[in-house]
Write a new protein. Structure first.
Length: 129
């Protein structure tokens, strides 16, 4: 099974995890330089500028919807890497986004084919029943 299919399944499983309150720091950073590097990595992975998520010159302002989405996505990546893929490897924003603000998706028939390869009970639709 390829990495893309694994990531899609992992995202489906991670979607049910609990999230901390929206203003709680997702990934504490040690220095301003580390924060800058982290933000630049997000920019490259999504092919966006800082103002995609932040209000210009008001960097702590989290009022843009994209900022909330980014926080949830960081939690999801941390959950996938820390729990679901802990013994397998890691994913990053680039794993799905590859320089695009919206990640590409498998067409529905291809996704169903890939999901059918997974053991019973691991498929999202089966878990909801």
């Amino acid at each position: 099974m390829d990495t893309r299919a694994l990531v899609i399944i992992a995202i489906s499983l991670a979607a049910s995890s609990q999230n901390p309150p929206p203003q709680q720091p997702v990934r504490p950073v040690a220095t301003p330089e580390a924060l800058r590097q982290q933000m630049e990595a997000f920019n490259r992975a999504l092919g966006v500028e800082c103002t995609h998520c932040h209000v210009a010159d008001e960097w702590a302002d989290a009022s843009k919807p994209a900022c909330a989405v980014a926080r949830n996505m960081m939690r999801m990546v941390d959950d996938i890497n820390g729990r679901l893929l802990a013994d397998v490897g890691t994913v990053t924003c680039w794993s799905c986004h590859a320089g695009q603000a919206a990640p590409s998706r498998f067409p529905a028939p291809e996704l169903e084919k890939r999901l059918a390869e997974w053991p019973a009970g691991c498929r999202r639709r089966e878990r909801r029943r």
